[in-house]
Design a protein around this ligand. Structure first.
Ligand SMILES: [Zn+2]
Length: 295
C-alpha cells in the first residue's frame, strides 16, 4: 500500500457531517453548462474549465468589469481575465454576476456533482486521531497561518504558465476522499498524494511566488505554499527538506524541496494541494484544464 496523509484528524468536526453526507448523496447526472452565449447578453463573457466540484474556471469579461461569485468579490485583471474555484461541495448551480459600466449580467453555471470515495483506516494510535489539548492548539495556530496565506491576493497572473505534476510517482490518494480513522469520520482529503520516495525532488507546479515556508507544522510537517496569482495557490507538504524562502519567485519545475514523511503520515509521499482563496480544489482538474504551456 502506498503512503498517504493522515493529517485530517478529528479536530475538524464541522466538516465531518458534510463529508459523510456527501458520500451518501447519490450521484446526479452530469449537469453540464447551462451557460451559453446569446444575443440577449449585453457584453461578452467567456468561461472555460472544468465545471465540476473541485474544478477551476478561467473567465474573461470586458476590461474594467467587476465579478461576484458566491461569497467572493473576484479579482479581475486589467484585461478582464479572472479565475473561479469550485469547491468540493459546490452546489449544482451557481451564479456569476458581472458588472461592466452600467450593465449587469448574471450568468448561471451548472457544476457537475462528483462521487467521493470513503477510506477507512483502523488500528491507528488513538493520539493520531484525537490530539491532546496542547497539540490541538498548535494545529489551530498552523491552520490560521495557512488560512492567512491562502487569503493573500497576488495580482500577477503567474498561473498562465500552466501546471505540472510536482513529482514523479503514482497517485496514492485522490482529492476529496472522506476518511474514517479508527471509526471516526474526519475531514476530506484536500489534495493529491503522490507516492514519491523520501528525497524525491518536489517541483513548483507553476510559476509563482513562495508565500509560506514552515518546517514544523503538526499535521503537514515541512510545508511550502506558492501563490500563482488571482487566488490560486499550491501547497507541498510532508517535505523532508525545504529549498525555498518566503518571497522568492519560482519558475515552473524549480525544485522547492524534497518529498518526505514529516507531519502526520503513514510514510513518505508528496501531498500536493491546490486552493482558490479558501476553496480547496482538485489538483487533477487543474493539470487537465491548465496543462503547462510548451516553452
Ligand atoms: Zn495527502
Amino acid at each position: 500500500m502506498y503512503s498517504i496523509c493522515l493529517w485530517l484528524v478529528g479536530a475538524y468536526l464541522k466538516e465531518m457531517t458534510a463529508s459523510l453526507r456527501t458520500t451518501l448523496v447519490r450521484i446526479s447526472a452530469l449537469l453540464l453548462l447551462l451557460f451559453s452565449s446569446s444575443s440577449a447578453f449585453a457584453f461578452d463573457v467567456t468561461v472555460n474549465g472544468r465545471l465540476e466540484q473541485g474544478g477551476v474556471v478561467i473567465g474573461k469579461a470586458p476590461a474594467g468589469s467587476t465579478v461576484q461569485f458566491r461569497k467572493h468579490n473576484v479579482p479581475v485583471a486589467e484585461d478582464g481575465r479572472f479565475i473561479l474555484g469550485l469547491d468540493r461541495d459546490a452546489p449544482a448551480v451557481a451564479e456569476i454576476i458581472i458588472r461592466s459600466g452600467k450593465e449587469i449580467e448574471t450568468r448561471t453555471i451548472g457544476i457537475s456533482k462528483r462521487a467521493w470515495d470513503q477510506e477507512r483506516i483502523d488500528e491507528l494510535p488513538q493520539n493520531l486521531v484525537t490530539p491532546d489539548p496542547k497539540t490541538a492548539k498548535q494545529i489551530a495556530e498552523d491552520s490560521e497561518l495557512l488560512r492567512k496565506a491562502r487569503a493573500r491576493l497576488e495580482k500577477q497572473a503567474f498561473y498562465a504558465s500552466g501546471f505540472i505534476r510536482p513529482a514523479a510517482g503514482p497517485i496514492s490518494a485522490k482529492f476529496g476522499n472522506s476518511r474514517v480513522l479508527n471509526g471516526e469520520p474526519t475531514a476530506f482529503h484536500a489534495g493529491l498524494d503522490i507516492g514519491a520516495n523520501e528525497g524525491t525532488p518536489a517541483r513548483a507546479s507553476a510559476d509563482g511566488v513562495v508565500v509560506l515556508t514552515k518546517p514544523d507544522m503538526v499535521l503537514s510537517g515541512q510545508t511550502v505554499m506558492i501563490d500563482h496569482g488571482y487566488g490560486l495557490k499550491s501547497t507541498y507538504i510532508h517535505l523532508s527538506k525545504i529549498g525555498v524562502t518566503e518571497g522568492q519567485q519560482v519558475k515552473q519545475g524549480d525544485v522547492i524541496g524534497a518529498a518526505g514523511a514529516t507531519g502526520r503520515v503513514t510514510g513518505a509521499h508528496l501531498h500536493f494541494g491546490l486552493s482558490w482563496f479558501d476553496e480547496r480544489l482538485d489538483p487533477e482538474t487543474i493539470l487537465a484544464a491548465m496543462p503547462a504551456a510548451k516553452r
